[in-house]
Design a protein around this ligand. Sequence first.
Ligand code: PHE
Length: 340
Amino acid sequence: MSLKEELEQLRQRALHELKGLKDSSGLAELEVKYLGRKGELARGLKALQDVVAEERPRLGELANQVKREVEEAFATIKQKFGNGTPAPIDVTLPGIPPLRGHLHPVLAVQRELEELFRSMGFMVLDGPELESEFYNFEALNIPAWHPARDTQDTFYVKGGEPKNRWLLRTHTSPVQVRALQDYGAPIRAIVPGRVFRYEATDASHETTFWQMEGLVVDKDISVSHLIATMKALLTGIFKREVEVRLRPGYFPFVEPGFELDIKCLVCGGTGCSVCKHSGWVELLPCGLVHPKVLEYGGVNPKEYSGFAFGLGLSRLAMMRYKIDDIRLLLSGDLRFLEQF
Ligand code: PHE
């Protein structure tokens, strides 16, 4: 083989082998093999000495050209992979501190309330988020024809029976009946949890939010027990007196029923988007448990009475931390979450 052919083959082999590299491993050896002091190119250049004088300039030029090309190819691939030498490790550098999470504002408020109610002898219960029409409506004295079903429209799920479909629960109240069935009377329980509504969202409405149900059933339970418990709840959570007002409120599963509103803590009562510019926020719908609900729960309404409330946990967290848009709670936005 002539030197010319040898040089051309060398170029091809070098470029071909370089192309075959997937990462920087093997790069250094390859560089030694071709460009090293005793490498193939060096040998080729050395062989120039042995060719006849008139061929030397032409072949010399070719040899230099091959060298340049191969060197360039190595330079390019090094840029792509790095040069294959790992960066030295400085073991004295401080480590990367692990990120530590914290409770979501709603969960923080929930935990505090659980503590408070446990101290008053309440159980903390759970219920299914995928609920049946029976527990969500029927057993709460909201039969299929009742207009109250429209005020809590929700997401129905395929399955269930024609008259007892599955749905995403619209409130935590279904657990009232479940709890009565499971534990009977007397009972003291709270039920924090996620609920869902088919809702046009705005600063104070979300399709997914948190409530906390409260249920007390015992002998001779009256509205005064209800009010005293509500007051304990509110001072416990706000650590100060908050202004409240009690209005009659209609819920088919309580009789009598009330709406307990608190003076808006975001604007102080002057009016803002959270309180819909009324200065008051609906926070605690409540009332005495309807006899029908007790019956569905297997409890004799002639023997027992009780009260129930449905605290808006998302709203309470908003009041507590002065959050002016409920949609922030589920936004997953760290700029928001990291403030708590
Ligand atoms: N479940 C009702 C709602 O979500 C609130 C409520 C609970 C009212 C308990 C009275 C008693 O609107």
